[in-house]
Design a protein around this ligand. Structure first.
Ligand SMILES: Cc1cc2nc3c(=O)[nH]c(=O)nc-3n(C[C@H](O)[C@H](O)[C@H](O)COP(=O)(O)OP(=O)(O)OC[C@H]3O[C@@H](n4cnc5c(N)ncnc54)[C@H](O)[C@@H]3O)c2cc1C
Length: 484
């Protein structure tokens, strides 16, 4: 028990899971070209936990066995703990250029946050609280890789779950048996589901009317559970094509719909059910928002730093680095790095112990700036990639193999940059195109827009929750002074 190796992670995926890619039922996700690039990258992260250079930053001793376990399971009790958690997330995110939004540390953080607030679940029953604590320990000790599926299928958003024409379109409880809940219906968009060990399920947005009680549930289920189907989107993965598609070769996380066909969820894995108030308030009430945003902003920081580095190299490659308008765009990109970094540092600086559990929570409001600004910053960064690269993004040979063809010398001459050889410039601009214009790149812009929920609702919610009393009072006081 304790940290797994990449090989152990991969071996764990060879089970009876039902994964569909088009009309193909995938026999073994670990060797399939749609998945093996991302699986290899995730395995690399597990292996990093064992490397002497990273082991101290990525692990800590298990409170139960003393063996090393993943740092993303650490329940922070001090500001230093928050910093250690951030450093861990950053090391993994840097290793994947910030491209793997759902690496294991994301959901490890959610499960950790639940365990830190396990009393919340006691409001359903003392057993539910104990289950949450036990699951956290199991997940930590087995070093599991989780994903989550929260959203109802996009069919008719003008109706709530209970009003849809098929009562089992959204995931609903069919029956409660002595063994657990039987559930039927679908959830989306479970990123990484084909190669996750388990899926965590709860309803988002967490708005539930009385009639939606059968849809109110929080549980975890193995991906290989009988009756659970994972239906993938088209693959954007191009394994073994690093030279031409450096990002899609390694990091296509895959997104999927999870269809539950009368799946039994054992009681041991049911944390809340049928209580609409408890389920609706779970997201805020267990304070997973703060903890997960601390992880997601760190991952976003890593990605923005990577994009900024790419922009600098692109400008230098074509000799535009001293053009004032180019410098302005580079400065703008650099400022986004600092904005996201500031959300993290401020959240740690303003972190406070929650007296109910002695846990150190990063401050929510600065972190929400990452959630609300990420969807604005990232598309703008892609616009800057487009502006800086311009036609150069199309001055790319169909394949890098052309360098070794009879016309290689001409490619060397016409495809070189200001101070770099053609091979380097082509690699750089192929990276830019994979990020910006490939199917992989388009999915990433969509991901940054929506991974944290509807960006409009997030921004509106930020205003509603913002501590506005002092600002309002100052304006009112100013107006009073003028009339006195
Ligand atoms: C690449 C990617 C990966 C994802 N990964 C995950 C994952 O791992 N796990 C997971 O659970 N979810 C995941 N999601 C889902 C994500 O959380 C949702 O996309 C997000 O919450 C928005 O919900 P939706 O897509 O259902 O949009 P919808 O709710 O269908 O909204 C579509 C559009 O209509 C607008 N709209 C909808 N309803 C209203 C209304 N009543 N009034 C006004 N406007 C409205 C919205 O603003 C939006 O612009 C992922 C999404 C993407 C794109």
């Amino acid at each position: 028990m304790g940290i797994r190796t990449g090989a152990e992670f991969i071996a764990g995926l060879r089970d009876s899971r039902e994964v569909w890619l088009g009309n193909e039922r995938v026999a073994d996700v670990t060797s399939h070209p749609a998945f093996r690039g991302a699986i290899g990258s995730l395995a690399g992260l597990y292996d990093m936990q064992h490397e002497p250079a990273h082991r101290e930053a990525l692990t800590y001793p298990s409170p139960t066995t003393g063996n090393p376990v993943g740092m993303s399971f650490l329940i922070p009790r001090t500001r230093e703990d928050l910093v250690r958690r951030r450093q861990m997330v950053k090391i993994w995110a840097d290793a994947t250029c910030g491209m793997m939004g759902r690496s294991a540390d994301f959901l490890n953080t959610m499960v950790m946050a639940w365990a830190a607030k396990q009393e919340y679940f006691a409001q359903q029953s003392p057993e539910c609280m104990e289950r949450v604590g036990r699951y956290y320990e199991e997940c930590r000790e087995r070093d599991l890789f989780l994903t989550h599926a929260l959203i109802d299928p996009q069919v008719d958003r003008s109706k709530n779950r209970a009003q849809q024409d098929d009562p089992y379109q959204c995931l609903r409880i069919v029956e409660e048996t002595q063994h657990g809940l039987i559930v039927r219906g679908a959830k989306m968009v479970a990123t990484a589901a084909p190669f996750a060990d388990e899926i965590l399920v709860w309803p988002f947005p967490p708005t539930l009317t009385e009639a939606e009680a059968p849809y109110a549930m929080v549980f975890i289920i193995p991906v290989a559970a009988p009756g659970l189907k994972i239906i993938c989107r088209e693959s954007f993965s191009r394994p073994d094509q690093f030279a031409d598609h450096p990002l899609s070769a390694r990091f296509d996380e895959m997104d999927a719909v999870a269809v539950f066909d009368d799946v039994l969820v054992p009681w041991e894995r049911v944390f809340l059910h049928r209580d609409i108030k408890l389920v609706a308030q779970m997201y805020a009430g267990t304070r997973i928002r703060e903890m997960t945003a601390h992880q997601t902003n760190t991952r976003l920081l890593s990605k923005i730093e990577f994009v900024y580095g790419l922009l600098c190299l692109m400008a230098e490659a074509i000799g535009t680095q001293d053009v004032p308008t180019v410098q302005e765009m580079l400065g703008e990109a650099a400022s986004y790095v600092e904005i996201i970094k500031a959300t993290l540092i401020t959240s740690e600086h303003e972190a406070q112990i929650d007296p109910s559990n002695g846990v150190m929570y990063p401050s929510l409001q600065p972190l929400q700036v990452g959630r609300t600004w990420g969807p604005r910053i990232y598309p703008r960064l892609m616009e800057i990639v487009r502006r800086l690269g311009a036609g150069g993004l199309m001055q790319l040979p169909a394949s890098s193999a052309i360098f070794d063809s009879p016309i290689g010398p001409e490619i060397e001459k016409y495809y070189r940059g200001a101070h770099i050889a053609a091979r380097e410039k082509v690699s750089l601009f192929k990276l830019a195109w994979d990020l910006l214009g490939s199917d992989f790149g388009a999915r990433h812009t969509l991901y940054e827009l929506y991974y944290a929920g509807d960006p409009s609702a997030l921004m509106a919610g930020f205003h509603r929750e913002f501590k506005k009393e002092e600002s309002r009072a100052r304006v009112q006081a100013f107006l009073r002074e003028g009339t006195e």
